[in-house]
Design a protein around this ligand. Sequence first.
Ligand SMILES: Nc1ncnc2c1ncn2[C@@H]1O[C@H](COP(=O)(O)OP(=O)(O)O)[C@@H](O)[C@H]1O
Ligand SMILES: [Mg+2]
Length: 451
Amino acid sequence: MNQAPGEPGKKLMVFKKKETPTPSSETIPGLPWQVLIVDDDEQIHLLTREVLSGFHFEGRPVHLLSAASAQEARQILQNQPDIAVILLDVVMESSHAGLELVRFIREDLHNSLLQILLRTGQAGQFPEETVFEQHDINNFLEKADLTSRRLKTALKAGLRTYRDIRELDQMRRLEQELRQTADIANRAKSNFLNMVSHELRTPLQGTKGPFEEFKSQFHLFSGMKKLANRIESLPDAQQKQLFQADLREVRNEVVEIASQGLQSVEHLLGLIEDILDFARIEAGKLTLILLPCPVDPLVAEVLHIIEPLAAQKGLQIHYAPVTLTVQADSKRFKQILLNLLGNAIKFTSQGFVRLQIEAKEQMAHFTVADSGCGIPADKLELIFHLFEQVDNSVTRQVGGTGLGLPITRELVHKQGGTIRVQSQPGQGSQFTFTLPLVDHHLSDGCTEPLP
Ligand SMILES: Nc1ncnc2c1ncn2[C@@H]1O[C@H](COP(=O)(O)OP(=O)(O)O)[C@@H](O)[C@H]1O
Ligand SMILES: [Mg+2]
């Protein structure tokens, strides 16, 4: 192996010397590539340095480091993680010292970027195929075959791969950092929404009480009762009737104002509940308690809440009672129905709103149909995304946040169901969601969760 340097193209370290002037630092953009030569033969170090003097790759020179043994190389590698290529001998202090260094680099240092170019003078002892198969190296060079041109080509290829993998690695790290930053920002947003919503909810809950009292108890207020009694005791029947009519008017006005106030508070509370749900979904903290729930009583509760809204618009909600039981979270099941029926009423000015329920293949299918404004085909998927609304005059008129359907879809999915929509613009929409059915014999009512 220790042949002297000779003619161009000659074998083994017969490195062809090429006179390339060392570029001045002004012509070199960037730092040098770090290349480590590991060999116990001093001649190899000298020859390699000679051949690579003036070597450049992508405008950057190489900085050659030398180790006379695998042991010395370990220390250099530990202190200098930015080495790009290692030109590594196999037989040094032991017959496998080079290959053990390969294992150390990959497994102990976890360095998969470093390009390992194995240079062996004992090719027969270490057949290329076996070495490639058993060791995580990047190139196999036989010293006997190695001209200076081939060494340079191999080094270029090694540096190119190192550059590419490093770039990919940096991109992956950047992406990871960005994702982490986004996660932190997202969590901060969810926490903020959660905190603000809770802070708003408490005082709003507090304002509900007085409005409710005005609405239902006003005639029982002591001042009102006193006034009513005084009027009652008036001797003049005609005067009495007049005052009673005035008193009714005052009462009706107060009840009307209280009703409007109560409606606004309830609307705001509904929005806050939606934002809280949204924050819970975002934080992955929306938990449901799934139990057997008979459908009919829950539908009745929902209709009781929502029928006055339909009546205000002159709409009737058609529903034929069923005797089905689903596996669901009763509160969330009612929320789904309220959202869909609420939308149906909101987006229908005349005609009908219908809730139809049927059992098919272990699932209950709930269809909320209306004869409202409908949804254009290209918006049918979009409306399930956060804050998305169909941009038309009806939506602008009735308002909303675009939170209802995304939350509804999440709730349906969390209960093991699916939801889909069909619609004909101008004619109406049908939203159908499914929930798993429970065997009647196994269920006996909507059980409360065990403590
Ligand atoms: N039954 C329906 N008929 C027509 N459009 C509907 C219906 N249900 C939902 N949409 C459309 O989907 C949008 C999103 O609904 P949703 O998420 O419940 O938000 P919001 O009701 O607050 O606007 C609505 O703004 C409306 O454009
Ligand atoms: Mg809605």
